[in-house]
Design a protein around this ligand. Structure first.
Ligand code: ZN
Length: 661
């Protein structure tokens, strides 16, 4: 005790105790006197990362015991001795029977008794957008999305209007720290009939059924009513003297203002109308003929002040005449008169010092528009929705302007780094002719998104990040996944042989060092110190750091499947796919060559999904699932300082390969 001033109290209270060497205590004391002991951990008690509570109910198939302890003394779980792995943790998965399960964890005479009650809830929940008590009033031909969270492997069906729709289990994990790995999202889609003009067609209520090994659960959802679309107004006339001008670019950077095309107005200034007016910058738009909140990478974001004619309200969304669905939280309804003539003047184009090319326009009315990469090949092989991209190698970007009645000639693209040329076209979109600005990429597939806003002069400014081959000067934002929660609790992410959050934080620091050495300006979101919500806040954090490229770091886990391993990288925007592809390949190759004893490649590849951090459309964003904390080899590598550096170098090499395109 003299040797250790912090220690208080007595060790032995009788001579027989000393002789008995209870729980190895006498032997430990002798080792201590002989300096043969790990003093660092001697006064540490058992630290349990998982399970958090002694008594709880779970839908998990496994209970996971993970933590660390003073390795001078043994720890027993149900009388079997635990051992610490190379990372200093113990990790045990115990299969749970349905009903009550009892476990006893013992260390230095302290006993923790667990009662874990396993429930099987085949259907956990259904999406709020189709929730019970709601009335879903939709336009004829709308595709309703049925979303549910159910037990992995369950058979999930939705019944509506006497028809049964099968919901398919999605590849993606849940973007929810509370739900466990036994649950998966399920999605199904149903297109409602066209409806009956001047009548409301009632389709009855939605029922969702889930069956997991005979464990059947049902949920009653919203009732659905179909409103038939009215006859559309006759299409306006197009006046375009030169339909496809061979060269309409000017020599200067500034537009000449010369009007080169006209379309007559759909609604005149003497017509009373209702507008949907966007009230926030960077507002998400969704397809008007769908329901739910699953975003669509083909629908671009809109700046505050944008207006479109109001068509209908569906749940908590407004639907505009041009087929956009906007949350009622991001827009207001306003009465007014038709836009009438709405002239668009191309003011200028070029490149600015903040690594963005830009185009600047003046519009009489702030009418809506949509920016998208033209001709992206989507494929559906991987199951989760329909926006998996094979290879992003497009040549053109389209900007479709709604309700614009005249446009002017384009400036020279000489100083535009992203685009080499542009021209105006007037294609019909759903039977309505529109002005489309067709922009030619300087290099095939080299495009990194756009951001739209009205500047202080009231001009519409579209900016496009520039991808250079060098990392020098590039602003890269790293998000270590998970972190401090709302009231200071820690969301540790997945628990395995190591904790996901510890890996994410360590890897973020390594990656910061590696990328900074190559000249990048790196920002790490401080998720270990402050609460930064995974939804929107991390994106806003990145945007305020002038983000050119965004990397979110995570680890995978599958309890009960220790053989599952490999790297996968998620993207949402098609232009982020090449980055995801390159990073997944280089990281998987590091595991193959430097970690796995069998030297076999396990590249799970690039995959589409819609995690909150990958949704931004103004820079490439990826979410890396580095490896599995439930796979021993991967977990030990991810917790090891040397391998962390190796993995950071592999990620950086993937980023460099992407830039080399
Ligand atoms: Zn995670």
């Amino acid at each position: 005790m003299k040797k250790t001033p912090a220690y208080k109290g007595s060790v032995f209270n009788s001579y027989p105790d000393l002789v008995q060497n209870r729980m190895n205590s006498t032997k430990t004391m002798q080792d201590f006197f002989n300096d043969q002991i790990n003093e660092e951990s001697l006064f540490e008690n058992l630290i349990i990362h998982s399970p958090k509570n002694l008594n709880f109910s779970t839908n998990d198939e496994f209970a996971i015991f993970q933590g660390t302890y003073d390795d001078n003394f043994d720890v027993f779980l149900n009388d079997s001795k635990l051992t610490l792995n190379e990372a200093g943790n113990f990790y045990i998965e115990k299969k749970l029977e349905v009903g009550a399960n009892y476990f006893k964890l013992e260390h230095k005479g302290t006993v923790a008794n667990y009662t874990i009650n396993r429930q099987v809830l085949s259907l956990h929940s259904i999406d709020a957008s189709i929730g019970n008590g709601k009335t879903l009033e939709v336009e004829g031909g709308t595709m309703i999305t049925f979303g549910a969270v159910a037990y992995r492997g369950a058979t999930v069906t939705a019944v509506i209007n006497g028809q049964s729709v099968r919901l398919t289990q999605q590849d993606r994990s849940l973007d929810d720290p509370v739900l466990n790995a036994s649950y998966a999202p399920f999605i199904g889609q149903y297109t409602v009939p066209d409806g009956i003009i001047n009548q409301t067609q009632n389709l009855g209520t939605i029922t969702i059924n889930a069956d997991y090994r005979g464990n059947i659960q049902n949920a009653i959802g919203a009732s659905v009513r179909v409103i038939a679309l009215p006859e559309p107004p006759p299409p306006p006339a197009v006046e375009m003297p030169v339909v496809n001008p061979p060269d309409i670019t000017d020599v200067s950077q500034t537009g000449t203002g010369e009007v080169i095309g006209k379309i007559s107005a759909i609604r005149h200034e003497n017509e009373a109308v209702k507008y949907v007016k966007v009230t926030k910058n960077n507002t998400v738009t969704l397809p008007g003929n769908t329901t739910g909140t699953i975003p669509d990478p083909n629908f671009s974001r809109l700046p505050s002040g944008t207006i479109d004619y109001y068509r209908s309200t569906a749940g908590s969304f407004y639907i505009t005449e041009n087929g956009k669905r906007i949350s009622t939280e991001d827009a207001v309804l306003e009465d007014g008169v038709g836009m009438g003539e709405n002239n668009l003047v191309v003011l200028a184009g070029g490149t600015s010092s903040d690594r963005r090319s830009f185009l600047r326009f003046a519009l009489d009315s702030r009418s809506s528009f949509n920016v998208k990469a033209a001709g992206v090949e989507f494929h559906t092989e991987r199951g989760d929705d329909h926006f998996n991209v094979k290879d992003f190698n497009v040549t053109h970007i389209y900007i479709d302007f709604d309700n614009v009645t005249s446009v002017t000639a384009l400036p020279s693209f000489e100083d535009n780094i992203v685009f080499s040329a542009g021209k105006w076209e007037t294609p019909s979109v759903n039977g309505v002719p529109k002005f489309r600005l067709v922009l030619e990429l300087r290099k095939r597939g080299v495009y990194a998104g756009n951001y739209a806003q009205y500047n202080s002069d009231g001009e519409l400014l579209l900016t496009f990040p520039i991808i250079t081959q060098s990392l020098a000067g590039m602003s890269i934002v790293i998000d270590p996944g998970h972190g401090i929660g709302p009231s200071n609790w820690l969301d540790p992410g997945a628990i395995g042989h190591v904790r996901e959050f510890d890996v994410n934080i360590a890897m973020a620091k390594k990656l910061q060092t590696t990328l900074s050495e190559k000249g990048a300006k790196v920002t790490v979101i401080p998720t270990d110190a402050t609460f930064v919500s995974a939804f929107s806040e991390r994106n806003n954090y990145a945007r305020s750091a002038g983000c050119d490229l965004f990397i979110s770091l995570h680890c995978n886990a599958v309890p009960g499947r220790p053989e599952s391993r490999g790297t996968e990288v998620w993207y949402f925007t098609p232009f982020s796919q090449p980055l995801a592809n390159a990073v997944s390949a280089s990281t998987a190759e590091y595991f193959r060559s430097s970690v796995y004893s069998d030297k076999t490649l396990s590249n799970r590849g690039d995959k589409y999904s819609y995690f909150a951090v990958t949704l931004p459309q103004d820079y490439p964003a990826i979410m890396i699932e580095l490896g599995f904390v439930t796979n021993y080899e991967e977990a030990m590598a991810m917790a090891n300082d040397t391998h962390q550096s190796g993995l950071a170098n592999a990620i950086a090499a993937g980023v460099q390969q992407y830039l080399n395109r």
